[in-house]
Unconditional design. Structure first.
Ligand SMILES: [Zn+2]
Length: 475
């Protein structure tokens, strides 16, 4: 009864809205603001994701989900019947391609709840149109959500799904399997490859032989491997042929004195080594050189480390209102505790230094990617986190255009999707984040993102946020 009523309402909405794929209803159509076949954004400022300077007074023309023209406004002929969006005071960015996302959220202790319902919608509302998960607690849920989005039955970013965490014994999270050796590592990777997972994440307590087997088998299956390391150093993983390392240099154990092979040092020892490491030292430079020579991408996740340092802002009210009330309470209490330097995991100075090392890596020619990692104690909320990551990259010294490139083109390149997404260019899919105002002058303007287009369909982000109140932490 309820279902048929809903279907009737949706059908009513759709018939009043010209959708370009008329034979198939647009999923989440109650959240759609634009689905016309021809849309022209006129007189916009364009930050195209290539890293090049922003261009003013541009017109971008979309036809059936693709960008078909992008040039000075005076040079673009707008077809009769096009829907025109006056973008005079707007800035258009490519949809974000974020590579350290999750479909789960911390529920206290070592428990994580799957957010199959809220997260895909919120990621989209925050400008992400493509994402890779970086470790899964419920791989089948992630796979099914990915497939529902790909079929057009649900809304959210296109997803590259990473299998369950590949970790050895010692992690107190009940949802995570402990590898028992290289045979188990091989079996696990093959199993999830057969289940259509396309990416792998190694985790803190994996051993060198297990990681080597994971990399070899995953590569054989045509997938890439990333890792949040601890027992294995960055340099060891680079020499094994890993594709990507997570969390900038925030989790590197390369600088721990007396580091024992295949053993994760105590957290205090790791933090101490990072607090004293000199970015200009030969050991840092040679590690970066080794990573760059081996084409290892590095993922920046400043958003999650910001929550662990004192003196950093609390999550914005918009993000707090998305949380289940109990979750919000717990987050706010922990955030208050973190304002005492002695309680923090990372000092302000170490945060700034390590963020600067990510820029140093990119400046030296390394491929820097962006992710947000909505874990920690819960202050990183999809819908807000991708924008915040860009702001933090700018704070670390990147120009706005460079920061956008890291959050768009670089991720697309790493995922092998750059022919289709990652920049605003003729022939690419119309994945567009629309900003009210000028984020080049004030990065905070990023917070005003009323519309996000994916494949030419424009979603009303305020409607998505309104519909998702109180859902983060619940489902
Ligand atoms: Zn993570």
């Amino acid at each position: 009864m309820r279902r048929s009523l809903l279907t009737t309402v949706l059908a009513g909405l759709l018939s009043s809205m010209p959708a370009f794929a008329a034979d198939k209803p647009v999923a989440g159509s109650e959240l759609v603001a634009y689905a016309q076949p021809v849309i022209a954004f006129t007189h916009a400022t364009i930050v195209d994701g290539s890293g090049g300077k922003a261009k003013k007074d541009q017109t971008l023309l979309v036809e059936k989900g693709r960008i078909v023209a992008l040039d000075k406004a005076s040079r673009v002929k707008i077809p009769d019947g096009a829907t025109i969006i006056d973008a005079r005071d707007k800035t258009l960015l490519p949809g974000f391609v974020m590579v350290h996302e999750h479909m789960f959220y911390p529920a206290g202790g070592a428990e994580y709840n799957e957010m199959s319902y809220s997260f895909p919608r919120l990621y989209l509302a925050g400008g992400a149109t493509t994402m890779r998960t970086a470790g899964s607690m419920m791989p089948y849920a992630d796979i099914n959500v990915r497939d529902a989005i790909a079929r057009g039955d649900s809304i959210g970013p296109d997803m590259d799904v990473t299998g369950p965490y590949l970790n050895g014994p010692g992690l107190p999270i009940p949802a995570v399997h402990s590898l028992t050796g290289v045979e188990d590592a091989e079996r696990t990777v093959n199993y999830w490859a057969d289940e259509s997972v396309t990416s792998y994440k190694a985790y803190m307590q994996i051993t060198r032989p297990e990681l080597q087997r994971v990399i070899d088998v995953a590569h054989h299956r045509g997938s890439k491997v990333t890792a949040h390391l601890c027992s294995v150093t960055y340099r060891e993983a680079v020499d094994m042929g890993i594709d990507n390392l997570e969390h900038g240099f925030f989790v590197s154990t390369d600088f721990v004195k007396d580091k024992q092979p295949d053993t994760c040092p105590k957290n205090a020892a790791v933090m101490e080594s990072l607090a004293s490491v000199d970015p200009a030292s030969p050991e840092v430079k040679s590690l970066m050189r080794d990573m760059i020579d081996h084409h290892v991408a590095l993922t920046s996740t400043l958003t999650v480390f910001e929550t662990m340092a004192a003196g950093r802002p609390k999550a914005p009210e918009g993000a707090l209102s998305l949380m289940l009330p109990e979750v919000r309470q717990s987050y706010e209490a922990t955030w208050r505790r973190m304002q005492d330097q002695r309680a923090t995991r990372i000092s302000r100075e170490t945060y700034r230094k390590l963020a600067g090392m990510e820029k140093q890596y990119a400046d030296a020619g390394g491929l820097l990617l962006a992710g947000t990692d909505p874990t920690g104690y819960g202050g990183v909320v999809p819908g807000f986190s991708s924008k915040r990551e860009v702001e933090l990259l700018v704070e670390s010294g990147f120009s706005f255009e460079q920061a956008i490139k890291i959050a768009t083109y670089n991720g697309a390149k790493y995922l092998g999707r750059d022919k289709d997404v990652g920049t605003l260019a003729v022939g690419k899919r119309a994945d567009i984040a629309v900003i009210d105002g000028d984020p080049l002058r004030d990065t905070g303007a990023m917070e005003h993102m009323p519309l996000v287009f994916k494949n030419g369909v424009g979603y009303d982000t305020q409607k998505i946020f309104a519909a998702m109140q109180g859902t983060v932490g619940l489902h």
